[in-house]
Design a binder for this molecule. Structure first.
Ligand SMILES: Cc1cc2nc3c(=O)[nH]c(=O)nc-3n(C[C@H](O)[C@H](O)[C@H](O)COP(=O)(O)O)c2cc1C
Length: 445
């Protein structure tokens, strides 16, 4: 992550705060107030380590992190890396104590772990990636999990049933050895947020993104691989037989998630350097929405690529946290394509509650244009798709307990045949004189 921080700093994208701030709501209030701004808090009251936040809060900064061209679409780049991951996960070396200034017994009090929102249960690690490996096999997994600090070496971990849960269940009650990665290279950060097939190592995707330059080392106590260029590594064991209350915690929607009994990780060892930077992700922020939304966008793209002739744009809207509402702009090949697109979106991405489909001449990222299309091209008696009682997201407070939701699709596309002229947005050709006065080139409209 150091290299990424350096690049952000050199391009004036990193705001360095030298005034001393507390981990208790002070740092999070700054991250909340200015969500597009990457921050480095150099002086932290409770710790000798600095805190970084909002690092990847725009697609542009993620691209800087990945070192890819700004014209390349992030989703397309990510899809390519998933479709053809590197055959190996990177260059793996053995644990080398000398690469760390501190290789010590775990003590979370040394780390500047933030309390983010007023009514949260306590200090939460929010950018920790759990690396787990099924002992004696090559099966390894990376996934993000928020972790509530319970004591110097214990964390309550929120685990939605996905791959880490699968590993824990397959181990039939045995403790799961884990390493927690804080501040990895950007490609590992992005790869860990993806939802790929069980068994495909996220390191192979990251290694592909990094042109085979990913450097890994084994953990000190296990053979779990962790990136060499990480800021902090914690080691321990996840125990499904030891549960603790987890929450309240503010999640993606900016509302307090339910309090649940969740498994505990007991930490053993901790590795960091004098200049290590603790990374935080503010839940409910733009950064959080980007990393939660991208995996959904990839699933939607994949489904539409098989069912719709041409998709001009997909906007998982920022106000729905990049997760619940989607606007699609499509070129239809069949009169039913608007509805087909809606059904495919809902089938591909379970959190979606609202899908609006517009024609290719409407910009899905311009929500006032989308509303114009609804006003002029949509009729409720023929354009609505409603599906009741479908799978939703536990993050939605209106369906939290059951995660069952109703879904609404609005098809605002025009029929293929018929008089298109009366639906066209009227244009005014700009003369050179008027163009100079309104800042447009002549001939444009
Ligand atoms: C910042 C961030 C925080 C997340 N927090 C959690 C969490 O607390 N619990 C959880 O189960 N998933 C959480 N997720 C989602 C998963 O980590 C993510 O979907 C991951 O890809 C799942 O990996 P898997 O498909 O290998 O299981 C979070 C994702 C992000 C980006």
């Amino acid at each position: 992550m150091k290299d990424f921080l350096k690049r952000l700093n050199e391009t004036n994208r990193l705001k360095r705060v030298s005034k001393e701030l507390s981990t208790d709501l002070e740092i999070s209030s700054m991250l909340f107030a200015n969500q597009d701004q990457a921050y480095l808090f150099e002086k932290v009251k409770e710790s000798s380590l600095a805190v970084a936040g909002n690092l990847y809060s725009t697609p542009h900064t993620i691209k800087i992190g990945l070192g890819i061209s700004t014209s390349e679409e992030l989703a397309a780049f990510t899809s390519r890396s998933i479709d053809s991951p590197s055959p190996n996960k990177g260059h793996l070396s053995r644990f080398d104590k000398s690469s760390w200034d501190y290789s010590v017994d775990a003590d979370l009090e040394k780390l500047p772990i933030l309390k983010h929102y007023d009514r949260e249960a306590g200090h939460y690690m929010t950018a920790g990636i759990v690396a787990a490996k099924f002992p004696g096999t090559d099966l390894e997994n990376l996934s993000f999990h928020r972790m509530l600090v319970l004591s110097k070496n214990k964390l309550a971990t929120r685990i939605v049933p996905r791959h880490l849960d699968q590993i824990a269940k397959d181990m039939k009650g045995h403790k799961v050895p884990v390493s927690i990665i804080i501040g990895p290279p950007p490609a590992v950060f992005l790869s860990a947020s993806l939802q790929v097939q069980y068994g495909l190592s996220e390191y192979k995707i990251a290694n592909k993104m990094m042109n085979e330059k990913l450097e890994l080392e084994s953990s000190e106590e296990t053979d779990i691989a962790v990136p060499l260029d990480s800021e902090i590594i914690l080691e321990g064991q996840l125990d499904y037989n030891e549960l603790a209350k987890e929450g309240p915690f503010v999640d993606l929607t900016g509302t307090y998630d339910d309090v649940r009994e969740q498994p505990v990780i007991t930490l053993t060892r901790m590795h960091y350097r004098k200049d290590s930077v603790y990374q935080a992700v503010l839940a409910g922020s733009r950064e959080h929405a980007l990393f939660m939304g991208l995996p959904q966008e990839l699933k939607i793209r994949e489904a539409l690529s098989k069912s719709i002739p041409k998709v001009r744009g997909i906007n998982l809207t920022p106000s729905s946290n990049g997760y619940f509402h989607c606007v699609l702009s499509i070129e239809k090949g069949n009169d039913g394509d608007g509805k087909t697109a809606i059904l495919n979106c809902f089938a591909a991405s379970h959190p979606l509650k609202l899908v609006i489909v517009v024609d290719g001449d409407v910009d899905p990222f311009n929500l006032s244009e989308v509303e114009w299309a609804l006003a002029t091209r949509f009729q409720a008696d023929r354009g609505i798709v409603q599906i009741n009682g479908a799978r939703g997201s536990s993050l939605d407070p209106s369906s939290a307990k059951s995660a069952v939701t109703a879904k609404l699709g609005l098809d605002a596309t025009l029929p293929l045949k018929g008089d298109k002229a009366k639906f066209e947005r009227a244009r005014i050709t700009v003369s050179s004189t008027a163009g100079a006065m309104i800042g447009r080139s002549s001939g444009s409209s």
